[in-house]
Design a protein around this ligand. Structure first.
Ligand code: NAD
Length: 479
C-alpha cells in the first residue's frame, strides 16, 4: 500500500517524486512505498500551516477541544484497523498495539483536548507600585514534531495533540520505518473536521525531510523524540536560529532489585520491563542490578521465565515477542551479543536471530539475558534498544547507586524495595527524569515526562507540554 503526504487537508505525492520502500518486519518483504519528501514539500507544508495559523490560534478552546476529542473517538472506533497497521509496519504483536499503542494515541488527544480547557496563566500584583503583571500564554506559530519508530502513533500524537491544543499549526514527520498509522491519522483528522493546514504530515528520511523541517527558519519550535546522536545534531542545526527545542532521547535505564521487594511481582514486572515491545521502549530497564543475597535465585527464576517467552508472528495471540522494527536494527542489536562475548559477558539465554516458520526472513531475535563482569562494559553503557538485558549483583545501596548513575543517560530508573527510607534516599539521588518504585511504565499523563544528561532536554506531558508549545508574554499595567 502506498501512502502520501497530507498537506493543506489534501493527500499529495512528493513533488520530486522520490519514494522509499516500506518493509514488513514480520517477513522482511516490501509492502508499500512512502514519499521521501524534499525541502519543497516541507515548504508547501509550511505555507499551508502558516496560512492556517491565524484562524486556528483564535479558535475558541471549546472548539479546539471538541475537534481533538473527536479525533480521539475516531481512533477508538478504528482500533482494530490501526492496531493491525501498526503491527504490520513495526513488527510488534497486534494484541500489544491494540492494548497499548492505539488506546494511548486516543488518550493523548482526549487528554490534551481536556487539558487545554484547564490551562491557566499567572498574574502578579506589584504591591506598592500600583501595577499588575499578567502572563499571556500565546501559541508559537508553526511548529515541527519528529518522532521515532518504536511506539509510532503513541509518540507521534504525544507531540501533535498538545501542539494543536495550544493553538499552533503543525508540520509533523513520523519515522520512515513506521509511517502507516500517521498516514491513517490524516484521514481521521479530515473526518473530525480539523481545518485544513492546521496539521500537515510529511513523510521521508530524517536526513532529507527531517533535516528540512529543522533547517526551516520559520518553524519556530521543534519537538523531537529519537536517538541521542540525532538529538545532538538537531540541537546544533537549530541553535543559531534560536528555536525552542524539546529533545526526548535515548536511555540505559537501571532496574535495581533489593532482597526485601515483593518477589513474584518484581519478577513478573521485570520480565515485562526488559522485553515489552521487543525491548524497544526507551524506558525499558535494560540494566538489572540484583542484591547479592537473592542474586542466584533471581538469575535462575528470571532466565527460566524469559526462556518461555514465545517469539512469533505479530498477528498470533500467543506471541509475546514479535519482530524487531528493521533489518539494520536487528543487525545492530545482534552485534552487541558479540561485543558482550568479547568483553567476557556470559549469555544466559538467547543471543541469536531465529526463523519463525513460514516467515524465515522476518527480523526475529531470541530474548537475551547477559551476565556482565562489570558495570563499565559496553553492553552495560551503550543503548542497545532491543530484547537484550544485562544482569549483575550488587552488595549495598552506595555501590548500586554509583553503578546506576555511571552512564551518560538519565531517562528512567526502577527501584524494587519495601523500605521507605531507602526509597526516599535513592529517589533523591538517582540521576533520571522518571523513577518507578515497585512498578514500571505506570504513566499518568499529567506528570512531567523526560530525561536528564544525554537522555534529553525539556519535559513533555500535562501542562509542561502546553508550556513548551506556547510563549509566555509578561504584560505589566500601571494603574
Ligand atoms: P532516530 O534518531 O534515528 O530517528 C528519530 C526520528 O528523527 C525519525 O523520524 C528520523 O527520520 C528523524 N531524523 C533522523 N535524522 C534526522 C535529522 N538529521 N534531522 C531531523 N530528523 C531526523 O531514532 P529512532 O532509531 O527512530 O528511534 C530510536 C531512538 O529513540 C532510541 O535511541 C530511543 O531511546 C529513542 N526514544 C526516546 C524516547 C524518549 O521519550 N526519550 C522515546 C522513544 C524512543
Amino acid at each position: 500500500m502506498n501512502i502520501q503526504n497530507y498537506i493543506n487537508g489534501k493527500f499529495m505525492p512528493p513533488i520530486a517524486n522520490g519514494w522509499l520502500d516500506n518493509y514488513n518486519p514480520a517477513n522482511g518483504e516490501v509492502y508499500g512505498q512512502i514519499p521521501n519528501s524534499s525541502k519543497e514539500d516541507v515548504e508547501n507544508a509550511y505555507i499551508a500551516a502558516k496560512s492556517a495559523f491565524p484562524t486556528w490560534s483564535q479558535t475558541t478552546l471549546e472548539e479546539r477541544s471538541r475537534v481533538l476529542i473527536k479525533i480521539s473517538e475516531l481512533l477508538e472506533e478504528n482500533l482494530q484497523q490501526f492496531a493491525e497497521a501498526e503491527s504490520l509496519d513495526n513488527g510488534k504483536p497486534v494484541w500489544l498495539a491494540k492494548a497499548i499503542d492505539i488506546p494511548r494515541a486516543a488518550s493523548n488527544f482526549r487528554f490534551f483536548g481536556n487539558a487545554i480547557t484547564q490551562f491557566a496563566s499567572e498574574s502578579h500584583e506589584s504591591i506598592g507600585h500600583d501595577a499588575i503583571n499578567y502572563t499571556l500564554r500565546q501559541p508559537i506559530g508553526v511548529v515541527g514534531c519528529i518522532s521515532p519508530w518504536n511506539l509510532p502513533l503513541y509518540l507521534f500524537t504525544w507531540k501533535i495533540a498538545p501542539a494543536l491544543a495550544a493553538g499552533n499549526s503543525v508540520i509533523a514527520k513520523p519515522s520512515e520505518v513506521t509511517p502507516m498509522t500517521a498516514f491513517l491519522l490524516s484521514e481521521i483528522c479530515l473526518e473530525a473536521g480539523l481545518p485544513k493546514g492546521v496539521l500537515n504530515i510529511v513523510h521521508g528520511l530524517g536526513t532529507t525531510t527531517g533535516q528540512a523541517i529543522v533547517e526551516h527558519p520559520d518553524i519556530k519550535a521543534i519537538s523531537f523524540t529519537g536517538g541521542t546522536a540525532t538529538g545532538a545534531h538537531i540541537a546544533k542545526v537549530a541553535a543559531p536560529m534560536f528555536k525552542k527545542l524539546s529533545l526526548e532521547l535515548g536511555g540505559k535505564n537501571p532496574n535495581i532489585i533489593f532482597a526485601d521487594s515483593d518477589y513474584e511481582d518484581m519478577l513478573e514486572t521485570t520480565v515485562r520491563s526488559s522485553f515489552a515491545n521487543q525491548g524497544q521502549i526507551c524506558l525499558c530497564g535494560s540494566r538489572i542490578f540484583v542484591e547479592v543475597s537473592i542474586y542466584e535465585k533471581f538469575k535462575t527464576d528470571f532466565v527460566k521465565k524469559v526462556k518461555t517467552l514465545r517469539v512469533g508472528h505479530p498477528s498470533e495471540e500467543k506471541t509475546k515477542i514479535g519482530a524487531l522494527a528493521s533489518k539494520s536494527h536487528l543487525e545492530k542489536v545482534l552485534s552487541y551479543v558479540d561485543i558482550a562475548e568479547q568483553e567476557g559477558g556470559k549469555i544466559l539465554c538467547g543471543g541469536k536471530r531465529i526463523g519463525v516458520l513460514g516467515y524465515e526472513n522476518g527480523y526475529y531475535m531470541e530474548p537475551t539475558v547477559i551476565e556482565v563482569p562489570s558495570d563499565e562494559c559496553r553492553v552495560n553503557q551503550e543503548e542497545i534498544f532491543g530484547p537484550v538485558v544485562t544482569i549483575m549483583p550488587f552488595n549495598n545501596e552506595d555501590e548500586v547507586l554509583q553503578m546506576a548513575n555511571k552512564v551518560k543517560y538519565g531517562l528512567s530508573a526502577t527501584l524494587w524495595t519495601n523500605d521507605l527510607k531507602r526509597t526516599m534516599r535513592m529517589s533523591n539521588q538517582l540521576q533520571a527524569g522518571i523513577i518507578w518504585v515497585n512498578t514500571w511504565m505506570m504513566r499518568d499523563l499529567r506528570t512531567p515526562f523526560g530525561g536528564i544528561k544525554a537522555s534529553g532536554v525539556g519535559r513533555e506531558g500535562g501542562f509542561e507540554a502546553l508550556r513548551f508549545f506556547t510563549e509566555a508574554k509578561n504584560v505589566c499595567i500601571k494603574y
